[in-house]
Ligand binder design. Structure first.
Ligand SMILES: [Zn+2]
Length: 186
């Protein structure tokens, strides 16, 4: 069976190759950004979408400011949409009335629980990486290449996601992973 890349048009194969070759987003995380990441578990613990949204917007704004790209609006929602394939964790819309938006869901569909900190932060960063594909790397499409996941990982470590004290490091199940992130293509 041909690989995902082989099934793309030559133009999209070039986008794929550029995406795959870029394995990190160098970022000099400000103390404010690290503090905001450190406070995210507190916001999640309140289960208050407004608090989680404010915390998430601050993190996104700080990343966009440091990378000098246009900001992206964050909307935190309640229970994840789900179907037989799994649960939707996040959704990126490149242009929505002139500005890009990210939706992140904070309650799991299956158990009705607030999403664990690291899972939540990785989802937020995943969607921010879609934004950066367009706004920073100037790619014409945002594809889930190995390089994309490495960039997401590079942000996670640089902003201190790994060092925030949290026992909860729930990994999404395979079913969830197969439908964890959407992107609205313009
Ligand atoms: Zn995605």
């Amino acid at each position: 069976m041909p690989s995902f890349r082989q099934r793309l048009s030559p133009a999209r194969q070039r986008v794929y190759d550029r995406s795959n070759a870029t394995t990190s987003i160098p970022l000099k995380a400000s103390p404010e950004l690290r503090i905001a990441v450190g406070k995210l578990p507190e916001a999640l613990a309140t289960a208050d979408p407004h608090r989680v949204q404010d915390a998430s917007q601050y993190i996104a704004d700080e990343i966009c400011r440091l990378l000098r790209v246009p900001r992206v609006g964050i909307q935190v929602q309640g229970t994840r949409p789900s179907n037989a394939r799994g649960e939707l964790h996040g959704l990126y819309t490149p242009l929505n009335n002139g500005s890009a938006t990210i939706k992140v869901w904070m309650i799991t569909a299956k158990l009705g629980k607030v999403v664990a900190f690291k899972t939540y932060l990785r989802t937020l960063l995943h969607e921010i990486c879609h934004h950066l594909d367009y706004a920073l790397l100037r790619l014409s499409d945002s594809l889930h290449t190995d390089g994309f996941y490495k960039r997401e990982n590079s942000l996670f470590y640089q902003i201190g996601g790994a060092t925030v004290g949290s026992k909860a490091t729930a990994k999404p199940s395979d079913a969830e992973a197969s439908w964890s992130s959407g992107i609205v293509r313009s």
